[in-house]
Write a protein that binds this ligand. Structure first.
Ligand code: PHE
Length: 361
């Protein structure tokens, strides 16, 4: 038996005994590693004369290929055996009863974002997102609010301090509304556009119905024919579905936003009982959103041809509609992290689909 046969026999024998991936790796190193048997022999080829080198070289190459294949086959076999074993032992009992006593609850804001997304999703809207830290241009300038415009003051902006204030040309802000995502979306995708943008927004303001961090959902529709009637229809349909009522008292008031023309605000009829606001009647009104037809100036700023395309936008206060739907009196307590409040107003993962609510307080 020549040397190559001996090596082959010894490797095959080792492989037959091996039953772990580690032992296979050891055999691979023994045979084909840098100092492996076969590698060593290949190295010795250079000392042989040309004729011997030719015939022996061929033999050793064939052996190398054969051994590599044997090692790979065995490795795969062991892998499959291990996977089989794991699948047999990893057993998940889906019939176990669910633990309803778990302490965590879903925050009303998260629940309402899910509800809102589901309703607009059914109407054909996609969800878009943008950064909480925005630059001046996306938050204001592109939306037709130039640097000296009084609407900038109305926004109670949180400006971020730049390391080198003088050198930096654009300042950064915590976004004061979700409208900059309109700009980002129009700049990167072509109409038709149908998006909603649920997210966090920030303004320096705090009282019963204002917190420095709050939530909005933006809506944007851009195509060739959408008009104010579509905007109204879409929002009325939304509030009916969201509040789960066929008849809702609402009104649209003319308003002003630099990025829409014409602009309006939508109010919902409510009754204030003490400090609680309840959805009913038309004695009192709660403003829930701003809206309008996208100003052609904004379309052009975002590279959309305003002669061909038009559309509408709205920005709704998520926390406001949550207060109204679930009777929570003070917005500030939303973000106090008081466990008693969270247990009382929070939802379980089973309070879904929307319009259901746990009633065991
Ligand atoms: N961005 C406005 C705000 O925060 C709301 C709005 C959005 C108004 C879109 C019109 C169109 O007050």
């Amino acid at each position: 038996m020549n040397e190559l046969n001996k090596i082959e026999e010894s490797i095959v024998e080792q492989l037959n005994k091996a039953d772990t991936e580690d032992s296979i790796e050891k055999i691979r190193v023994f045979a084909l590693g840098k100092k492996g048997k076969i590698t060593e022999i290949m190295r010795s080829l250079s000392d042989m004369n040309i004729d011997k080198r030719k015939s022996f070289g061929k033999e050793i190459n064939t052996l190398k290929l054969k051994i590599s294949k044997l090692i790979n086959d065995k490795r795969l076999l062991i892998k499959n055996i291990n996977l089989e074993k794991k699948l047999k032992s990893d057993f998940l009992d889906l019939t176990l009863p669910v633990n309803l006593e778990s302490n965590g609850t879903i925050h009303p804001v998260s629940q309402v974002i899910q509800e809102v997304s589901l309703i607009f999703g059914e109407m054909g809207f996609d969800i878009a997102e943008g950064p909480d830290i925005e630059d001046d241009w996306h938050n204001f300038t592109a939306l037709n609010i130039p640097p000296e415009h009084p609407a900038r003051q109305m926004h109670d902006t949180f400006y971020l301090q730049k390391e080198n204030e003088i050198e930096s040309k654009t300042s950064e802000v915590l976004r004061t509304h979700t409208s900059p995502v309109q700009v980002r979306t129009m700049m990167k995708s072509k109409p038709p556009i149908n998006i909603i943008v649920p997210g966090r927004t920030y303004r320096s303001d705090s009282d019963q119905t204002h917190t420095p961090m709050f939530h909005q959902v933006e809506g944007l529709v851009i195509d060739e024919k959408s008009h104010m009637g579509h905007l109204k229809g879409c929002l009325v349909e939304f509030v009916k579905k969201f509040f789960n009522k066929e008849k809702i008292n609402y009104r649209f008031r003319p308003s002003y936003f630099p990025f829409t023309e014409p602009s309006a605000e939508m109010d919902i009829g409510c009754i204030r009982e003490g400090n609680k606001i309840v959805l009913d009647g038309d004695q009192d009104w709660l403003e829930i959103l701003g809206c309008g037809m996208v100003n052609p100036v904004v379309l052009e700023n975002c590279g959309v041809d305003s002669k061909k395309y038009q559309g509408f936008a709205f920005g709704m206060g998520i926390d406001r509609i949550a207060m109204l739907k679930y009777g929570m009196p003070d917005l500030r307590s939303f973000f106090d992290s008081d466990l008693r409040w969270l247990k009382h107003f929070g939802f379980t993962q089973f309070d879904f689909p929307p319009n259901s609510r746990k009633d065991s307080f």
